[in-house]
Write a protein that binds this ligand. Structure first.
Ligand SMILES: [Zn+2]
Ligand SMILES: [Zn+2]
Length: 394
């Protein structure tokens, strides 16, 4: 299929406006549920274009609404607004002005693209139905998406379906990736405490050594993924934090282990959690130690509704052509709280290429890196995708 004229062309006035919004947001990064300045800024842009909005959902969340010329279904488009606790090392003029905080995941770009789409659709409302533009707080670990759903997002704004988009470094600028079903993994955090009996390190027969027990546990836990999970399934179990002891001549009382568990299929996740429990209990018992285990639930897996993913792929293909829409990329083991929104309504979450360049230049630097920046060149394409999706659905 041949690509067509984009609703918001590159280098258009609206593209330049989106760049200036994006730079302002980048300069003023705020952490989860603290997006006060960002939320005010987004609201002021919406207000200046006479777009109606509802504020204060999940503290700083905004839902803006644009009605089409004719009545019809309502859909939701979502962007996240929060930044990360990272000290930015970029030196460009729009670098972070908030010490220790940085838009290192491109949520500044996501908000700017959604704003651009709202402004465009307000002026060109030649569709039948309603579009709700959801500006969500606290994607980075705070589950702001879940908070909005629990505060009645879809009771107030009854969307038939919802759509999300994340920039993807390493994917060529000017392209998209769409997954039929699983796109991002579920994440849980594993906390283990091993209680032994401390004492003099020169008298090991008098102690119950939690460090030796912990070392065995770290190794044995690796058998869960390698021996209990089918090699055709994707699961990660990594112990990433180890803590015990203060001195070379003292066996400590306790050792603490923390790790991350990631998977796509909730049934497999349950099986893995049961195996972790059994291995922790039995290894510690065998070594004479006792244990405490807590598996703290994080985000569920982000699973697209296939029918909606196909609609997204068609909208993207209309803009950039078939060869620039990848539909066979593997999902990411990263997690995303759009998962909660997709548990409440059908829809799909796609990736837009941020660029393939090396980290020194814009686009290719990985998410959450101190040198990351959202690629301004793709703002017009991302906003055009939202417009195209609305026009194809409503
Ligand atoms: Zn992130
Ligand atoms: Zn992100």
């Amino acid at each position: 299929m041949k690509s067509k004229q984009h609703p918001i062309p590159a280098n258009s006035d609206l593209h330049h406006q989106m760049i200036s919004w994006r730079h302002w947001l980048h300069q003023h990064p705020e952490l989860s549920f603290e997006e006060v300045l960002s939320s005010d800024y987004i609201a002021s842009v919406l207000e200046s274009h006479e777009i109606e909005m509802h504020r204060g959902m999940a503290k700083t969340g905004i839902v803006a609404t644009v009605q089409g010329k004719k009545p019809g279904d309502a859909i939701g488009l979502r962007a996240d607004m929060d930044a990360l606790p990272i000290q930015e090392l970029n030196q460009f003029s729009h670098k972070s002005r908030h010490d220790g905080k940085m838009h290192a995941c491109g949520h500044d770009g996501h908000s700017a693209m959604l704003l651009g789409a709202a402004v465009y659709l307000k002026q060109h409302n030649d569709f039948a139905g309603t579009v709700h533009f959801i500006f969500q707080p606290a994607e980075e670990g705070g589950a702001g998406g879940q908070a909005m759903v629990e505060e009645g997002l879809f009771e107030h704004f009854n969307c038939k379906a919802v759509y999300g988009m994340h920039n993807w470094p390493g994917l060529e600028a000017g392209s998209f990736a769409v997954h039929d079903t699983a796109v991002m993994a579920a994440v849980d955090t594993v906390h283990i405490a091993i209680h032994g009996k401390g004492g003099h390190a020169a008298m090991p027969d008098q102690v119950i050594d939690p460090v030796l027990t912990g070392a065995q546990l770290i190794s044995t836990l690796q058998s869960v993924v390698s021996r209990n999970v089918s090699p055709l399934q994707s699961v990660v179990l990594s112990i990433t934090v180890v803590g015990a002891g203060d001195a070379s001549n003292i066996v400590p009382d306790t050792m603490r282990l923390t790790g991350t568990l990631r998977y796509f299929d909730p049934e497999i996740g349950e099986m893995v959690k049961q195996r972790i429990q059994s291995i922790v209990e039995n290894t510690c018992t065998a070594m004479g130690a006792s244990s405490e285990l807590e598996i703290e639930p994080g985000y569920p897996a982000t699973i697209n509704t296939p029918q909606h993913a196909r609609k997204c792929a068609i909208a993207a293909t209309e803009l950039v052509g078939e060869d620039k829409v990848q539909t066979s990329l593997p999902p990411s083991m990263g997690a995303e709280d759009f998962s909660f929104i997709l548990q409440a309504r059908p829809g799909a979450y796609i990736w837009i290429g941020n660029g393939q360049a090396a980290c020194e230049s814009v686009g290719g630097c990985m998410l959450h890196n101190t040198h990351y920046d959202f690629n301004d060149d793709i703002l017009a394409l991302g906003a055009s995708y939202w417009v195209q999706l609305v026009r194809s659905l409503l």
